[in-house]
Design a protein around this ligand. Sequence first.
Ligand code: HC1
Ligand code: SF4
Length: 579
Amino acid sequence: TIALILNGTDCRGFPNETILACARRHDIYVPTLCELDDIDHTPGTCRVCLVEIVQAGRDEAQIVTACNTPVREGMEVRTRSRKAREMQRLQVELLMADHLQDCATCIRHGDCELQDLAQFVGLTENRFFDRARTEARPIDLTSPAMVRDMRRCVRCQRCVAICRHHQQVDALAMEGTGLDRVVALRDADDYPSSACVSCGQCVLVCPTGALGERDETDLALDYICDPDIVTVVQFAPAVRVAFGEEFGMPAGTNVEGQIVAACRKIGIDVVLDTNFAADVVIMEEGTELLSRLKERRRPTFTSCCPAWINFAEIHYPEILPFLSSTRSPQQVLSTVAKTYLPEKLGVDPARIRVISIMPCVAKKDEAARPQLTRDGLPDTDVVLTTREFARLLRREGIDLKHLAPSAFDSPWMAEYSGAGAIFGTTGGVMEAALRTIYAIVNGRELDRIELTQLRGFEGVREARVDLGGAVGEVSVAMVHGLGGTRALVEKVLAGEADYDFIEVMACPGGCVDGGGSLRSKQAYLPLALKRRETIYNVDRAAKVRQSHNNPQVQALYRDFLGEPNSATAHHLLHTSYED
Ligand code: HC1
Ligand code: SF4
């Protein structure tokens, strides 16, 4: 090891270790902005990790960036000397020079890593701000889902790295030089013509408000406050286990009841559950899969993740015939809320607006698809990411922590099985589907409901499951994150994969860590495992654990749809894809 002095204390470093890494191991904070350890990203562009190296025999202190300077034998490093502090402050001031100054109107306000840094270095003025140059930087509003605001970008390049190396979509690139350098869409002028699939992973790692969702909280409020409109809310399986954190509750707390209470408090008329629709999806997709297996059409890919659908359409159109035609739970809920529900409620369907709360950015894209509209109007009227829903509640003066939980009270479309609940984590859709397919094939339930062989967190997992009867053993795969998805799709297209059914979730972890959920600072996906644990507990505690045993699903088929995959079900609950 290497002996050095860090802030006056003798420390040991490792060969090739940077000063930053060594300081962290010794619990010494050095400010950073561009760097993100979880994704192994150290571009050295922000230069705020400046520290002083005291040189024996020299008066002049040497200032270096801690993130890319290795420790050396006998080195003395000061992170809090006057010189180091002054240089850190100057660097943050320079970063602020071409960054909008209106923090109070930024969607990242209060949760921004640049604001934290300004506080840390004690920035009290901004001498170098160049308004004209800053305001000339582009703001891209061409996506229904995302906003790319280069007036708030600090050029950390985390977004470029996550998109290129982790998601392997490579939709982003740095363009321009010097102060005009910005993150651009690679080979495209706007989102619709770019390679971007709206997975939102770039938003999760952006330290500022440069990347975010298109905020629709005002539209939601317009509907909620309009007495002529009947507002219907649905919220995703993962939202209930990934929302309490926004209000300071421990990671993975189940706040389903508080969300129901909050919706009532802000004046939502009908609170429904996307989990219910997940059960309906299993009925449709499971039946579809069985007929495809009979026809020996394999594999079938799941179709509930909208960033995966975008990815297939943009990057691998040849794979589209293999996708299940079943709409996602979000869209199934919305369609049924505008057809079946109005009959039950006795209201004119034209008065209904569906607000959907999702841990996902791409769900906004999905809601805007022309295939998912009725008489020119979208089935899902507003999609709020989990972050926007938190913003909406704050705007209404609600702190989730102080709300007593409420129960759903709708006799339709609110009950769910444990199978519907586990959709929110990688492997969940597969497990839910196999529970029901087994029952259809064998006329009885699985002996062991929990298919633990499907669970786990590795990027790509595979299993063989004996479904008995005429179907026998099936070969399945589950992949989360688009890097692994690309590899798997290429294997399938090359005829090198032997699967019957493949579940794809574009976000690593599945929806529990979706691109629309709470942003962490200086971390990537730190909460997924806690959230997943709670989701499996929701399943364990559920009265009914298979989609086909959900009484409200049975009533929907009995009263409205007929059989799974019936003509009505096909018309309302299935879709098509475009290359
Ligand atoms: Fe998901 Fe889904 S599980 S896509 O990950 O199929 O967003 O949670 O709502 O639609 O049910 C997200 C989550 C969600 C859909 C369901
Ligand atoms: Fe890349 Fe996903 Fe961001 Fe699009 S949303 S730029 S695909 S990381």
